[in-house]
Design a protein. Structure first.
Length: 177
């Protein structure tokens, strides 16, 4: 209380300067040098989380009890949001993969036969039907070569390959025969 004038007093309240409103004092000799008696210190921790096969972009995983913590209060949760990186060869829509493949006119007329490295590291051989011509901008469907479905990793999507045919600028007489 403070006297403001004859017969007038003012009363105010605020946090204690000694304990900063905590209600307890820590002995200076026993005070922690790292946190300076605040009972909280900052540190970083690596958290590992298993991500399911075929997890879509934006899927969230929650790790309980690994967030920030304050004395006498339960620790918070860490929310992990999956962000799928773009790939130079494949694009993804759900569990299906899409890719473009440039082939020569000769490959277009005689049938395609090439290998690709899948996202999981497998080398896959892609063959067209023998004697079948591949038209420009046609699409080949390879069943079961896409991504695994989310929550059902034993089922796979499809791989769709769109062919771009590279035509020669000119043809010499030897090639004509």
């Amino acid at each position: 209380m403070r006297q403001m004038g004859p017969g007038m007093y003012s009363q105010s309240s605020g946090p204690c300067d000694e304990c900063e409103g905590q209600g307890e004092m820590i002995n200076m000799a026993k005070r922690c040098k790292t946190c300076k008696g605040k009972k909280v210190c900052r540190n970083r921790k690596k958290i590992s989380q298993a991500i399911d096969k075929g997890t879509p972009n934006g899927e969230q995983y929650t790790v309980h009890g690994e967030g920030d913590c304050v004395p006498e209060i339960e620790a918070g949760d860490v929310v992990i949001v999956v962000k799928v990186r773009n790939n130079k060869i494949f694009s993804r829509k759900g569990a299906d993969l899409y890719m473009e493949k440039e082939i020569s006119l000769l490959e277009s007329l005689t049938g395609v036969d090439f290998t690709i490295m899948h996202l999981d590291g497998r080398i896959i051989r892609i063959q067209g039907a023998q004697g079948q011509c591949t038209k420009p901008n046609s699409t080949m469907t390879c069943e079961g070569l896409g991504m695994p479905f989310h929550k059902t990793p034993y089922r796979f999507g499809n791989l769709f390959i769109t062919f771009k045919v590279r035509f020669p600028d000119q043809v010499n007489p030897g090639q004509i025969e």
